[in-house]
Design a protein around this ligand. Structure first.
Ligand code: ADP
Ligand code: F6P
Length: 460
């Protein structure tokens, strides 16, 4: 049998993020779906990871983390402003999420985006050995495939987009749309979360570049490029096993004791991002309490939100809005010893998150738009006793796989409140049946299957 190719993962964010600088700095596990998915892949297969360690301080060029070699790419203050907070998170992120916030198009952000992509391409070329497979990730690095192709023409290069790819009508707003498409066409395989996203890309590529072909196979730059959906997933076994451990069971029991054992727990876990629909969810919960359909003696909402991209104005505004809504909900509905909502604005460890998943009767995952949403899958994997009900937005990529969830439109406040109530009141037998189907779906299509299918397409 031939030796498997060495894997080089390239993404903006590394699995650990440095907080602070100098002697007082410390490393934190990075929150976000990309890191959750890629860590188990590299742990199992071996290989290395090229990415940014967070912040603008100096850090070692290579770091060893849980057996994975990390090659760090530095960003300056100016890069952060133009490349990361600017073009990545104020142009591409909102535009690719249905323009939920108005995207901004500023020429001064484009230059740093190109420069940082070049830096990533050079760092990858340095790590590259003939025969390696390179797997580039996400919207921050859309130019890297073509840049690396120019440096290493014979490399096998894959690209996977973790977020939605918008319809051509929206995509064409971007003044640099041709360059971004040409950048992606440098890959041999371009992967998306959903079939619709893959189609949107192929249509945009045919319209704005010389590429020709079908939605799944394009000819461009003298090569053929496979375009397909590869729905990302999680390490099912890790969550399942962790949730069965005595520590998790005890921690979950302690959470239940602290909030009051007689109360049902609704749980939400998100990055604090305006795409996640945290405010819409709170409005639905408020409606439930106000209508008297439920009261704080019977149930409680726990919202855990990891702060994210705080220098971006829209994120700071969202944080303030959520803070205010939390205060208002508790001010109006809490009773002595029973708050309406517990709000933890922080990043927890994966183990702590699992304890909350285990404690929760109902998981409410209601993004306005989401590439996939791994939280929904993590909840199912953590319900090893097949209890618990998932309420899921139909606008998360996960909705096309997790059909036994209670699917909701997060913009329909009444509908969402009704679904939350139905979840709280669901008969045990119905809930068990649904959760068993959900769990077997996530178990069968786990992150290793995802990586295998992408890498097989790339090897073909
Ligand atoms: P995104 O990639 O947009 O953040 P996903 O739902 O796909 O959304 O992935 C989020 C990942 O980050 C999950 O693995 C989830 O467990 C983790 N996460 C989200 N919020 C927190 C938090 N407050 N503390 C710890 N981990 C979190
Ligand atoms: O999956 C979407 C994503 O943007 C990842 O690319 C990213 O790692 C994660 O969310 C967290 O965002 P950030 O890296 O900006 O903190």
């Amino acid at each position: 049998m031939s030796k498997p190719r060495r894997l080089i993962v390239v993404s903006n964010r590394l699995p650990i993020t440095r907080i602070g600088s100098g002697a007082g700095s410390r490393w934190l596990t990075s929150a976000g779906g990309l890191v959750t998915a890629m860590v188990p892949i590299l742990k199992r297969r071996g290989g290395c990871w090229v990415g940014w360690p967070g912040g603008t301080g100096r850090s070692q060029r290579t770091i060893d983390h849980e057996g994975i070699r990390l090659h760090s790419v530095r960003l300056s203050q100016a890069d952060m402003a133009g490349f990361y907070h600017g073009l990545s998170n104020r142009t591409l992120w909102p535009l690719f999420h249905d323009a939920i916030r108005t995207p901004e198009f500023r020429r001064e952000w484009w230059k740093p985006y190109v420069e940082v992509n070049e830096r990533f391409a050079r760092a990858t070329a340095r790590a590259y050995r003939p025969g390696d497979t390179v797997w580039i990730h996400d919207y921050h690095l859309m130019l890297v495939p073509a840049m690396l192709r120019a440096m290493k023409p014979r490399a096998r290069i894959g690209f996977f987009l973790h977020i939605p790819f918008p319809p051509e009508e929206l995509f064409s707003w971007i003044p640099w749309r041709d360059e971004l498409l040409e950048g992606l066409l440098g890959a041999d395989v371009v992967g998306f979360q959903t079939h619709g996203a893959a189609q949107n890309f192929s249509r945009a590529a045919r319209r704005h570049t010389d590429a020709e072909g079908t939605d799944s196979e394009l000819e461009g730059q003298g090569r053929s490029i496979t375009v397909r959906e590869f729905p990302i997933s999680i390490d099912f076994d890790w969550f399942d096993e962790r949730a069965r451990m005595p520590e998790s069971i005890a921690e979950a029991e302690e959470i239940r004791r602290l909030v009051g054992r007689e109360r049902k727990i609704l749980l939400a876990v998100d990055r604090l991002d305006y795409t996640k629909g945290i405010d819409h969810r709170l409005e639905a919960y408020e409606l439930l309490l106000r209508s008297g359909a439920v009261n704080v003696r019977e149930c409680v909402l726990i919202q855990i939100a990891a702060p994210s991209r705080e220098p971006v104005r829209e994120y700071a505004e969202m944080r303030t809005r959520i803070d205010r809504m939390m205060g208002s909900l508790n001010g109006e509905f809490s009773e002595p010893g029973r708050v309406a909502v517990h709000y933890f604005r922080r990043t927890l460890s994966r183990e702590e998150v699992v304890a909350y998943y285990r404690a929760a009767d109902v998981m409410v995952v209601t993004p306005l738009r989401d590439g996939m949403n791994l939280v929904a899958k993590e909840y199912c994997a953590s319900r090893s006793d097949t209890t618990g009900v998932l309420v899921l937005s139909e606008f998360a990529g996960a909705a096309s796989q997790l059909r036994q969830a209670l699917l909701v439109n997060p913009r329909d406040t009444e509908g969402m409140a009704e679904a939350m109530l139905a979840a709280l009141k669901m008969k045990k037998g119905d809930a068990k049946f649904r959760m068993a189907v959900l769990r077997s779906m996530v178990r069968r299509h786990d992150v290793h299957e995802w990586a295998d299918s992408f890498l097989e397409a790339l090897a073909a």
